[in-house]
Design a protein. Structure first.
Length: 256
């Protein structure tokens, strides 16, 4: 089954016909909230709001392990994660959508593995942090809804919750990051440990600190306006992706 993890600006899906809500207990503590099960058209899916349904959990306090464990337990084989990001590359200005293909992790102090305690040491391959099939699904769904979405990009993941300094963003740019967010790690690696197919649909809601319209600072009110408009496009793409996923043969509904 396909699961959607909604980030900032996406705490619900209007087109989702909710069938049930389930509070999942996990060995890692509480997920961000109940899992919402439902249908878009005839296609079943699960929704989870990463920051809680009232958007109360900051990026560093999200229980990523509990979220991924709960979704896997509930039968998710694929996750499309939605993330609001800041744009670093010149083509990643406010309002632009992208499906990144790489990650650089700058987070610290987050529980980033299920392999601890008595678990045998396991190193998952993470050369390509996103599942090629899941990325393709999002890109094809976007095309079908005539939304422009960039194929590729390097997502730098910062700890937050504060936004970055200008120097940090310049450094991220030198490192090759084309966008910056706060929540894709350890979410992506935990999904990989659970062998889930995982891709991200990123919405740039502002130029990153010190760049473009943020040269004098990030104007959060403007960013919120961009976010609201952008998430309407995201909703259309997600609805299409859910339908397309349901039409795939079983063999293509998981990690490539
Ligand atoms: N930096 C980090 N995370 C973000 C940003 C940003 O500028 N915008 C939205 N999420």
């Amino acid at each position: 089954m396909l699961a959607i993890i909604g980030g900032t600006g996406l705490t619900n899906l209007a087109s989702l016909e909710i069938t049930r809500r389930e509070v999942v207990r996990t060995p890692y503590g509480e997920p961000s909230g109940h899992l919402t099960f439902g249908r878009i058209g005839a296609a079943e899916m699960i929704f989870l709001a990463r920051h809680g349904y009232a958007h109360t959990l900051p990026p560093h306090e999200v229980n990523y392990r509990a979220n991924i464990w709960a979704l896997a337990k509930a039968g998710a084989t694929r996750i499309i994660a939605v993330n609001a990001v800041g744009g670093i590359a010149t083509n990643m200005g406010p309002g632009v959508l992208a499906v990144p293909d790489q990650i650089i992790d700058y987070t610290h102090g987050r529980k980033q593995t299920f392999f601890e305690g008595d678990e045998p040491v396991t190193h998952v391959d993470f050369t390509f942090p996103f599942c090629a099939r899941a990325r393709e699904l999002v890109l094809v769904a976007a095309e079908a809804t005539t939304q422009t979405v960039f194929d590729g990009g390097v997502l730098g993941v910062m700890n937050g919750p504060r936004l970055e300094t200008r120097a940090e963003i310049l450094r991220l740019g030198r490192d090759g990051c084309t966008m910056v967010g706060m929540t894709s790690m350890p979410e992506a690696t935990l999904a990989r440990e659970k062998k889930l197919s995982y891709a991200t649909l990123a919405l740039s809601m502002n130029h990153a600190a010190g760049l473009g319209t943020s040269s004098e600072g990030i104007k959060l009110a403007d960013a919120d306006t961009v976010l609201a408009a952008g998430m309407e496009k995201v909703r259309l793409i997600i609805a299409k992706a859910v339908a397309m996923h349901a039409d795939l043969p079983d063999s293509e509904r998981g990690l490539a």
